[in-house]
Design a protein around this ligand. Structure first.
Ligand code: XMP
Length: 510
């Protein structure tokens, strides 16, 4: 599949550029300025986008153009830092400005190939210090703002375009049109559709696995469930899916996942490990400790099951994982976030498992996986489910995890989630959760004084979970949820709503 390569200069919007391109049905990947263009052959690049970045082109550590970029002769769109870098490298003049320009600006005039078909007011989102003062030879100025005389440049002969503002953000409402115009200048094929992705993955996996066997851990989340279904269609009984029920799932969830996947013909083994997990979590309150124990137990059980399956069916050479693109970017270091919590998923499996890893979704975003889920016929209830952490309710039961406390939390969570659905808010929310705190507070129930549990509700909007904002729900909704919780869960007499964004808080409480 051909692609557009986004060269990452460290902008907070780099990933957004790839997302926008994929919205335009174009496959796009991020590469670093240090990577030689010759190394990107497997992606069949048809054009490049240079992202913005926090540096000045004059700083000592300013990243350069990738080797082979200009020589490739392919169309280039350079944004913000990318524009300044390109202008400087091609002999233009870039000057540092005293004031950083930040925010919405209206273009006074615009034109040229990149603005083809755009008319009326054009609002652009600016965030820059340096600016191009004189274009390199062969370039025309194609947009101007009051503060920035050279807000866009192009060399139509070489198909090189540059924008001082960010076309990828929503604050530049007509930005997508510019990206579309850029794509029209390339030979890219717009074939990034769920059906094509499934076909490509199926072909690749079949070619790799051949007659072999593949093991897959299903967590109940959309990624592993979708992967299970896709691989099941691609490999049939060569796929062995294992679902470890650790007893830390939501009300009825384990059952639902099992029934849905079995009904769809996935070769699934369910392991009831509820007691084992509870036993090993006994007396443990420390969040990291909980995560470690759950991770370790999970691996052990998975290991045992792999062993058992191998004895019964012959060697299993491959292990499949539902790793997504954001996980890859984050764990690759680079500009990703430092590890804040030891996230547990199957990624923690020891290397001595001796499996060859297959990660068919490592180039995909969650919304793309959801589109694949739709095209494969995964039930909506599974497809649209909010993200759920590997350690499950254990990290939402602050303090010790006991069957009694889990039962309270499950009921509260179920009421919250059901109300979200009832009020049509579930699909508008990125993630919602309930937390059972170790705090008790005084209340009145009838004529009696109560002294019982405090629960917290949290709901956030987010794109990928790395940053998040708390959801501004209508007061009526919150009142209904709170009433229902205290009326139907006698162990709870107080409900609070978490109004902290991420950062500084994380989404989960532990
Ligand atoms: P935080 O709490 O770090 O969470 O803001 C960001 C997103 O990741 C989920 N999360 C996890 N997912 N294993 C997972 O698979 C984990 O250990 C884990 N911890 C947090 C969290 O639910 C949110 O969607």
């Amino acid at each position: 599949m051909s692609s557009i390569i986004v060269i990452d200069y460290g902008s907070q919007y780099t990933r957004l550029i790839t997302r926008r391109l994929r919205e335009l049905k174009v496959y796009s990947v991020i590469s670093s300025p240090e990577t030689d263009i010759a190394e990107l052959k497997e992606y069949d690049p048809k054009g490049f986008i240079l992202s913005g970045g926090p540096q000045s082109v004059y700083s000592d550590s300013a990243p350069d153009l990738p080797k082979g970029l200009l020589e490739s002769g392919l169309p280039i769109l350079a944004i913000c830092y990318g524009m300044q870098l390109l202008a400087k490298e091609l002999g233009g003049v870039v000057s540092a400005s005293q004031h950083r320009e930040y925010g919405k600006t209206e273009l006074i005039s615009y034109g040229g190939d990149l603005f083809e078909g755009v008319d009326g007011e054009f609002v652009a989102w600016m965030s820059h210090g340096d600016a191009v003062k004189r274009p390199p030879s062969g370039f025309f100025t194609t947009a101007t703002t009051t503060n920035t005389p050279i807000a866009a440049l192009e060399d139509p002969r070489r198909k090189i375009y540059a924008l001082q503002f960010h076309p990828e953000v929503r604050h530049t409402p007509k930005g997508l049109h510019l990206l579309e115009n850029f794509l029209n200048q390339t030979d890219i094929v717009r074939d990034w559709t769920p059906e094509n992705i499934v076909r490509t993955i199926t072909e690749d996996v079949r070619a790799l696995v051949q007659e072999g066997r593949v093991l897959l851990a299903i967590s109940g989340g959309v990624d592993s469930s979708t992967l299970g279904l896709l691989l099941s269609r691609a490999l049939d009984k060569q796929l062995f899916a294992v679902f470890v029920d650790h007893g830390l799932l939501r009300l009825g969830e384990a059952r639902e996942v099992e029934e849905a996947l079995l009904a769809l013909g996935v070769n699934l083994t369910v392991i009831d490990a509820r007691e084992r997990f509870l036993e090993s979590l006994k007396g443990v309150s420390d969040p990291e400790q909980k995560r470690k124990i759950i991770g370790r137990e999970f691996i052990e059980i998975f290991y045992q099951e792999a062993d058992r399956l191998q004895k019964e069916h012959g060697e299993i050479e491959f292990l499949a994982q539902g790793t997504l693109y954001p996980d890859v970017i984050e764990s690759a270091g680079g500009h990703g976030a430092a590890s804040i919590k030891s996230h547990h998923n199957v990624g923690g499996l020891p290397e001595d498992l001796h499996f060859t890893l297959i990660e068919p979704f490592r180039n995909l975003f969650k919304d793309e996986v959801r589109n694949i889920a739709t095209s494969l016929g995964l039930p909506d209830s599974l497809r649209d489910r909010h993200p759920f952490p590997g350690p499950g309710l254990a990290i939402r039961c602050i303090g010790e995890v006991t069957p009694e406390r889990l039962a309270i939390l499950r009921r509260v969570d179920d009421i919250f989630i059901s109300c979200l659905r009832e009020f049509g808010l579930y699909d508008k929310t990125w993630q919602a959760l309930a937390v059972l705190t170790p705090v008790r507070s005084v209340g009145v129930m009838g004529d009696d004084r109560s002294y019982s549990n405090l629960v917290a509700l949290r709901a956030v909007s987010s794109i990928d979970g790395m940053t998040a904002d708390w959801s501004r729900f209508p007061a009526d909704f919150l009142a209904t949820v709170s009433n229902r919780i205290v009326n139907s869960v006698p162990e709870v007499n107080r409900v609070v709503y978490d109004i902290t964004s991420k950062p500084p808080a994380t989404i989960e409480w532990e």
